[in-house]
Design a protein around this ligand. Sequence first.
Ligand code: ZN
Length: 391
Amino acid sequence: MTIDDAPRDALRGGPRELLRWVATGAAVSRADLSRLSGLSPSTVSQRVEALISQGLLEETGAGRSRGGRRPRQLAVPTGGAVVGAIDLGAHHARVGTLDLSGRVVQARTLPVRIEDGPEAVLGALLAEVAALVGSDPAASADGPAAGALRGIGIGIPGPVQHATGRIVSPSRMPGWNGFDVAAFCAGRTDVPVIVDNDANLMALGAHRTAYPELDHAVYIKAGTGIGSGVISSGRLHRGAQGSAGDISHCRVVADPAPPCTCGNAGCLEAVASGAALVTALRGQGVAVSDLTGVIRLIDDGDRQATALARQAGRAVGEILAVVVNFFNPQVVAIGGRLADCEPLLASMRATLYERCLPLATQTLLIERVAAGQDVGITGAAHLVIDHVVAA
Ligand SMILES: [Zn+2]
């Protein structure tokens, strides 16, 4: 075993992993769990009993007999415990409920006006979570048990101080600076609420669903804003305050250097984000109102829009080259609305290969995040699951 295997190995056969094996169908009995985990039948039984008493697993009917006593089958109860998840974006929020193995139970997308301020926006989104829990079609006839909701994970499109759940100097969220999301939510729900930035949620969601075997990864979220989340040794790496991976205000080579909302000029976000592309195209006299319009122009092969997308890809690649040389990840995966923008992706990839050490790129995967629109709420749910289900 290498040192790098240690964190993953320490979790082997933990309650969370047993739960995931049952949820994914990898295991249907205690014997399966014992075989997969390498744990003794008595240890597995002890952990299964604890999960059953928490309402996270149930034993149903009888499994296939192999001649002896018919084994009971394990299942994740439908209509049982869920976690709420909110992935807040600049204009929309994805809100959902997920079971304790991280599977989406229900999800919907709502329009959001960030400028309405945190109380109004978060109040409405928390009410939506409550409505989803109350409308779970798989819940029992009496409605879901009062304890069905075990926690809520919230992703914010701006810097979040992890220890406090407070938003610190967001660039595109007027009226949200210093807002204590965790305290606001704690006053409205009695379940645990965990807050993080949206790029970290995407990183965790993609890591758990699309790349669980890759322990060192950088996930870029490129939409209206631009940020990244880092998985190191199989865990989300937040750093001292929670700002690890925030590449939005790293300076890139740009002439002229466009002013940034942070007060500096030439920041990655001012050059390569969706908002920056909209501003730059408008500056060139193109009538475009939002990122959707920009993406449409790029898809149509518009010369100006494509040139800007290439320039943005180069800027992202320059910053990522530093990150890759420094951190040596196995995968760099890009998600968010700009991830489907081929010219941006191509020039990002080319810049990475040009600027990185051969040893760092030898086996490096450079891909789109292949986890769909629920990747953020999946990450949010896993934050909560990691908190409420012991490893
Ligand atoms: Zn800046």
